[in-house]
Design a protein around this ligand. Structure first.
Ligand SMILES: Nc1ncnc2c1ncn2[C@@H]1O[C@H](COP(=O)(O)OP(=O)(O)OP(=O)(O)O)[C@@H](O)[C@H]1O
Ligand SMILES: C[C@H](N)[C@H](N)CCCCCC(=O)O
Ligand SMILES: [Mg+2]
Length: 229
């Protein structure tokens, strides 16, 4: 039975891909057949005339995943905007069914799927006709989430807002990861303490150019796997 986790963040460019890659690599190092999936990538790159889903390519390369990274993404969009807008610009319509099918396909290949979100927890995938929000996908897949947040000033507000929004939609948060964490920073260390106290969640850290230690991986994810035993 496939288990999975959804990696969201307090916004775009916060480190979802960076952390996702390290989670998958850490799981594979534990002998778990883990893989990657993303519903929509906006802001593709071109290499020798081929459109590349950059996030997926980075994760496949870093975690040593086999196959075509583009196949791990349902909708590839060129323009670096909210997926709903980037899709409109290409006359595409992002709908739920293909996402659920592609996640199930990933679940048939891997024992554990780490799904990366787009932007932050509130991200429109389609605002024309049938509205589709990223949270609709999280709920349809019944996935827990990990919230990636910057470690610095402002993260108390943005992390708690993200958490409260998830809770308002009955989405379960597994833990928080403070990214670009500097253990010498008074603010970063206090942010970790405050968020632990105010949320009751594990607050893990990843330093700049750093990784997640295996204890963190076990705290976040193996608990999921243990649930299924
Ligand atoms: N801990 C870190 N140390 C060094 N570089 C980092 C770290 N976290 C993120 N980065 C870099 O910062 C940039 C943004 O990170 P990333 O691409 O993971 O963000 P994202 O949340 O996935 O963005 P998007 O919303 O576009 O998917 C990337 O170049 C990434 O390699
Ligand atoms: C283009 C960017 N790198 C991401 N792929 C999409 C970010 C969506 C942000 C939506 C918003 O909150 O305004
Ligand atoms: Mg990303």
């Amino acid at each position: 039975m496939c288990k999975g986790i959804f990696i969201t963040a307090t916004g775009t460019d916060v480190g979802k891909t960076y952390i996702t890659a390290r989670i998958i690599k850490g799981l594979i190092a534990q002998g778990i057949n883990a893989g990657y999936y993303k519903a929509a990538i906006s802001g593709t790159e071109f290499e020798t005339g081929t459109r590349i889903a950059g996030d997926a390519a980075y994760v496949f390369r870093f975690a040593g995943l086999k196959g075509d990274p583009n196949q791990a993404v349902t909708t590839l969009l060129d323009y670096p905007a909210s997926p709903h807008l980037a899709a409109q610009m290409e006359n595409k319509s992002i709908t739920l069914a293909p996402i659920l099918q592609d996640f199930d396909k990933a679940a048939s290949v891997y024992d554990y799927v780490v799904m990366e979100g787009s932007g932050g927890i509130i991200c429109p995938l389609n605002l024309e006709g049938s509205t589709l929000m990223l949270t609709d996908v999280i709920n349809a897949l019944a996935l827990d989430i990990v919230i990636v947040a910057d470690a610095g000033l402002g993260t108390i507000n943005s992390t708690l807002l993200t958490l409260e929004y998830a809770r308002s939609l009955k989405i379960n948060t597994r833990c928080i990861v403070l990214n670009r964490f500097d253990k010498k920073s008074t603010i970063h260390c206090d942010n970790k303490k405050v968020l632990e106290a105010m949320t009751g969640l594990e607050v893990l850290v990843c330093e700049t150019q750093g990784s997640l230690d295996i204890l963190s991986i076990k705290k976040i994810l193996l608990a999921n796997l243990l649930d299924s035993i």
